[in-house]
Ligand binder design. Structure first.
Ligand code: TXD
Length: 317
């Protein structure tokens, strides 16, 4: 049986890390595409030379030719320009929209059956554009943000409580931006919800508020430190969790930017919601009962996504 084929459009910081983790996890053969001459080829060769040390048989190809992603099973899109200090995700809109349109056209031509994960910012608008410009079914195009945002929240909680990250589970909804909604009620340590941990005296409401705030600005904190780019290890690992759930039909319940058709009262927009990901892509959007306060935050987040999408020409279906 042939190995699955994973096409990475954009071979920069996240693209290269995606390629590395795909190999370590033996998810399939990897095509690294980028417009920069030689760069994806160099990374493909370097990763190929790493494979004997790690003991995996992934075939890596670096290319400037879109036809190399023919019949890919998964496409992960990071092509674009990352944020610089002081630049908002929305500032990236115009530059990245042009790139995403071109990527979408090539996905349609070369691998219309792929499961497509968009990472490029501003995420909620770019995933919408990628879907509408490629014409792929909405269940086969989604965006990565929630897994990363939840992972940041999980890490901050584990660090604060001095418990294993493995035991912290978290849920973050809404757009990928400062309006994201970390759901404290659904965030647990080994099944114990955060509000119960407050009653148990493990942490205070003020602590939770600080952790939520740090999560909301988690991307910006790293941009400030790196100065020349944005986070890449955790974003790549997060997208791989989604790709793996699709390729291995794991049916994981992961927060993803998914196309909503009435769920949560939202119609015709991508937004971060809990989803089941399996062999059919986004197989189900899980609808939670939100409290009035959570619902209000979610609506605000949806509104900011709506404004962003409306500022992107031809982004909507
Ligand atoms: O949670 C999330 N969704 C995110 C999103 C978390 C972190 C970073 N996020 C965004 O991912 C970030 O704002 C960027 O929009 C993307 C990619 O971030 P990365 O750090 O990998 O950026 P790089 O290193 O600049 O890589 C982008 C590559 C670079 O090599 C360019 O040459 C290439 O994209 N590029 C293109 N590739 C293909 N086709 C075209 N047209 C093209 N233009 C640039």
């Amino acid at each position: 049986m042939p190995r699955p084929k994973i096409a990475l459009v954009g071979s920069g910081a996240i693209g290269a890390t995606l390629a590395h983790i795909s190999g370590i996890k033996e998810l399939g053969d990897v095509v690294l595409f980028d417009i920069v001459e030689g760069m994806p080829q160099g990374k493909a060769l370097d990763l190929s030379q790493l494979s004997p040390v790690e003991g995996f048989d992934t075939k890596y190809t670096g290319t400037q030719d879109y036809s190399a992603m023919k019949d890919a099973d998964v496409v992960i899109v990071t092509a674009g320009v990352p944020r610089k200090p002081g630049m908002s995700r929305d500032d990236l809109l115009a530059i990245n929209a042009k790139i995403i349109r071109e990527v979408a056209t090539n996905i349609k031509t070369f691998c219309p059956n792929a499961f497509v994960i968009c990472i490029t910012n501003p995420l909620d608008a770019m995933v919408q554009l990628l879907q509408s410009a490629s014409g792929l079914p909405t269940n086969k195009v989604c965006g990565m943000a929630g897994v990363l945002d939840a992972s940041r929240f999980r890490y901050f909680i584990a660090e604060k409580l001095n418990v294993s990250v493995e035991d912290v589970s978290a849920l973050v909804m809404g757009g990928h931006g400062d309006t994201m909604v970390p759901l404290v009620r659904y965030t647990t340590v080994a099944g114990i919800p955060l509000p119960d941990l407050v009653s148990m005296g493990w942490l205070t409401q003020e602590d939770i508020d600080k952790l939520v705030e740090r999560t909301r600005f988690g991307g910006g904190e790293i941009v400030q430190l790196l100065k020349t780019g944005s986070a890449f290890y955790a974003p790549a690992a997060s997208a791989i969790a989604m790709a793996e759930s699709y390729l291995r039909d794991k049916k994981r319940l992961l927060p993803c930017a998914a196309y909503l058709t009435g769920q949560y009262g939202v119609n015709g927009f991508y937004c971060g919601v809990p989803c089941i990901i399996g062999k059919d892509g986004v197989e189900k959007v899980v609808e939670l009962k939100l409290t009035a306060e959570e619902d209000k935050m979610f609506r605000q987040s949806v509104e900011s996504v709506r404004q962003l999408v409306e500022a992107t020409p031809n982004a909507r279906l």
